[in-house]
Design a protein around this ligand. Structure first.
Ligand code: AMP
Ligand code: MG
Length: 411
């Protein structure tokens, strides 16, 4: 079993193992955030007809060539075309039609002149400026043409893509299925969040933090609850989960303590150990195994360690599994507003708060950053990676930070 490996090696092993979920058809709105599994080709022209982009009068450019402030042209208004309606009449020389935004251009007209540039009555309209042919006309197919590939396979579906698919009448969309991720928290000390805290016990927060992390990146968390530090129970729960989950995450019991049985449980199940222990803090004892092409992540039970190792190792794998090509956290250069004086022999991720002001990023560290401290992860929107034996890092120094939550940085 590979052990004590570098961050890069661990990530490479995982990215090489990862397989993509299959494509399924989902209702249009449920496809938001998923990755499109087919090219979308337009089978219509959009707009399907030449249409008016404004409220005004449809006229023939030839009729208004001589129009000027002093000598306006007066045309007879022969019809009114609201959006969604089509005039059965044809504009002949000397005639115009009152037309609303979105309505089909009537036959015989080749320009639209807006209300504001005219004077009108019920019967006629006076025009003061000439317009070139085709002015103010949205042409048939201007947006999309029959046969155009309008969204490529691999695109992450966001609001505009939903709109395009709606325009094409797609009530179902072919996307890669969202992975089902089972979450199991292990430890004799754990009680469920509804239970009373008795001596020596703590509530299981990890399952919830991790479920939220899974949900945030668009996958499906399924909580298996709590397991004691008893190998048979752990194996039983994992075995059941392997029958339906795409991936499993456990927390706790992965270190070198007497009750740390996770690795043993993975092995007894017949899973292949990919690695154990990565050279980083927090979260060193991460163990990852593979069973039937399904990855089983054993994360440290320390809340911050579980959170940070999830972001480094689980997040990219889940994103890649759901077909995303961009799964790295964004990195920016930032100015340090705190100090980090400890020079460590270990690579370390320090939780940080980064904000953006006047074109620059600034980063502060919370005062508490031990791996067992969960509270200061609130407000943490970024991580500062400190390679071993580097530092101290001084106030004012430029550093690189990973952004966990870009929109929170810009707030
Ligand atoms: P372990 O990885 O089992 O050695 O646990 C490390 C620390 O994390 C211990 O202090 C545990 O009590 C704590 N811990 C383990 N599991 C959880 C959990 N699900 N929620 C909150 N804290 C936990
Ligand atoms: Mg434990």
């Amino acid at each position: 079993m590979r052990t004590n490996i570098s961050l890069e090696e661990a990530l490479n092993i995982l990215l090489n193992e990862n397989s993509q979920t299959e494509a399924i058809h989902v209702p249009l709105l449920d496809s938001l955030g998923s990755v499109l599994a087919e090219d979308i080709t337009s089978d219509i022209n959009m707009p399907p007809f030449d249409k008016s982009p404004l409220d005004g009068y449809a006229v023939c450019s030839d009729d208004i060539k001589t129009a000027s402030k002093k000598v306006p042209v007066t045309l007879k208004v022969i019809d009114f075309v609201p959006a969604g309606h089509v005039s059965s009449k044809k504009i002949k020389s000397g005639e115009a039609m009152r037309i609303m935004t979105g309505a089909k251009i009537p036959e015989g007209a080749d320009v639209i002149i807006r209300f504001e540039d005219t004077e009108f009555t019920e019967e006629d309209v006076r025009i003061y400026t000439p317009l070139n042919p085709n002015s103010n006309i949205c042409k048939l197919g201007e947006d999309m043409k029959v046969g155009d590939i309008v969204i490529e396979k691999g695109t992450v579906i966001d609001s505009p893509e939903i709109g395009i698919l709606a325009s094409l009448g797609k009530s179902f969309v072919k996307v890669y299925r969202k992975p089902r991720v089972a979450i199991l928290s292990t430890g004799d000390e754990l009680v469920d969040i509804h239970d009373v805290l008795t001596d020596g016990k703590i509530r299981n927060s990890n399952s919830y933090t991790i479920a939220a992390q899974i949900k945030k990146i668009g996958a499906k968390p399924l909580m298996l609850g709590i397991c004691d530090d008893g190998i048979e129970d752990i194996k039983e729960k994992l075995k059941t989960a392997l029958s339906w989950a795409d991936m499993i995450i456990t927390t706790g019991g992965v270190s070198v303590g007497d009750c740390d049985l996770i690795k043993e449980a993975f092995q007894q199940l017949g899973a292949e150990m990919l690695f154990w222990r990565v050279k980083m803090k927090p979260g060193t004892p991460i163990a990852v195994a593979k069973y039937d092409n399904k990855l089983i992540f054993g994360l440290s039970g320390n809340p911050a360690a579980a959170y940070i190792t999830f972001e480094q190792f689980v997040r990219p794998i889940v994103l890649k599994k759901m077909g995303k090509q961009k799964y790295k956290l964004m990195e920016v250069e930032s100015i340090l507003e705190s100090e980090f004086s400890k020079v460590s022999s270990q690579n370390r991720f320090v939780r940080a708060n980064t904000y953006y002001k006047d074109g620059k990023y600034y980063t502060k560290f919370p005062s508490k950053h031990s791996s067992g401290v969960l509270s200061s992860l609130s407000g943490t929107n970024s991580l500062f990676y400190i390679p071993s034996s580097t530092g101290p890092y001084k106030e004012g120094q430029k550093i690189t930070v990973q952004l966990l939550n870009y929109s929170e940085v810009l707030k």
